[in-house]
Write a protein that binds this ligand. Structure first.
Ligand SMILES: NC(=O)c1ccc[n+]([C@@H]2O[C@H](COP(=O)([O-])OP(=O)(O)OC[C@H]3O[C@@H](n4cnc5c(N)ncnc54)[C@H](O)[C@@H]3O)[C@@H](O)[C@H]2O)c1
Length: 245
């Protein structure tokens, strides 16, 4: 049980990759997995399936709500061992068609969200002397993509923040590790609108010959958050079947 006794927070937990991470942590013996999402409709099903999962409705861009929730988690559980910054959105468009609203919305959720969560959680981890933070980036943040200026900027930013935080949170004897996972295209509601004719050439270019599955990403996050990865920090782990080599 690789998450035995750990208190975990996962954002964007109602569906897709975030939900897969919550379920993986719960099955791996976490003391408690706090499942954070704006959409609270899935919480009753998650809480019924796993005694060690608690849903909490929060928008990751709302500083006051995040700070209050993190304070509540610390008060109820006494510590926070793991944070997964997973919540993310897309508002794609070629740059000449991308509105300021589309830019701001994606920057706020995908870049400012991890900043707000990490700012609240990292001091609790440093005070406790250890912790693991994983933020979900994307191949798009490493390699760029047509029509995703906003999204690519946020995911590249997540990688840069990961490296800075890895240095910042390992000071004063604290063993707080910070890494990111960079998934290739993964069949979740986020990519439902991506046409098959766009996905097929990606599969053809992928040495392992398929798209990512939610469990592929969840297992990578599990490894980085577990004590098996105790000497790994500041890294970006690509989970994309070798799409870019
Ligand atoms: N699916 C892919 O192909 C893919 C590839 C690379 C990276 N990613 C990244 O993985 C992460 C998860 O993606 P997914 O495919 O599971 O997405 P998804 O759209 O299926 O799920 C995202 C979840 O985040 C929640 N969310 C959105 N905005 C929020 C906010 N402001 N506050 C709280 N919760 C919010 C949504 O309600 C939803 O439950 C994202 O960061 C995404 O950018 C996904």
């Amino acid at each position: 049980m690789r998450m035995n006794g750990k208190v975990c927070i996962v954002t964007g937990a109602a569906r897709g990759i975030g939900r897969g991470i919550v379920e993986t942590f719960a099955r791996e013996g976490a003391a408690m997995v706090w499942a954070l999402d704006m959409n609270d409709k899935e919480f009753p099903a998650l809480e019924a399936a796993y005694k060690n999962v608690k849903g909490a409705a929060v928008n990751v861009t709302d500083t006051a709500a995040v700070n209050a929730l993190v304070a509540r988690i610390k008060a109820e559980c006494g510590k926070i061992d793991v944070l997964v910054n997973n919540a993310g959105i897309t508002r794609d468009g070629l740059i000449q068609k991308m509105s300021d609203d589309d830019w701001d919305a994606v920057i706020n959720v995908n870049l400012k969200g991890p900043f707000i969560l990490t700012r609240a959680v990292a001091p609790v981890m440093m005070e406790g002397g250890s912790g693991a933070i994983v933020s979900i980036a994307s191949v798009v943040g490493l390699d760029g993509n047509i029509g995703q200026s906003n999204y690519a900027a946020t995911k590249g930013g997540v990688v840069a923040m990961t490296k800075g935080w890895a240095k910042e949170f390992a000071r004063k004897g604290a063993k707080v590790r910070v890494n990111s996972v960079s998934p290739g295209y993964c069949r979740t509601p986020m990519i439902e609108t991506v046409p098959e004719k766009v996905l097929e050439p990606i599969i053809a270019k992928t040495p392992l010959g398929r798209l990512a599955e939610i469990k592929d990403i969840a297992n990578a996050v599990l490894f980085l958050c577990s004590d098996d990865a105790e000497f790994i920090t500041g890294q970006v782990l690509r989970v994309d079947g070798g799409l870019v080599l």
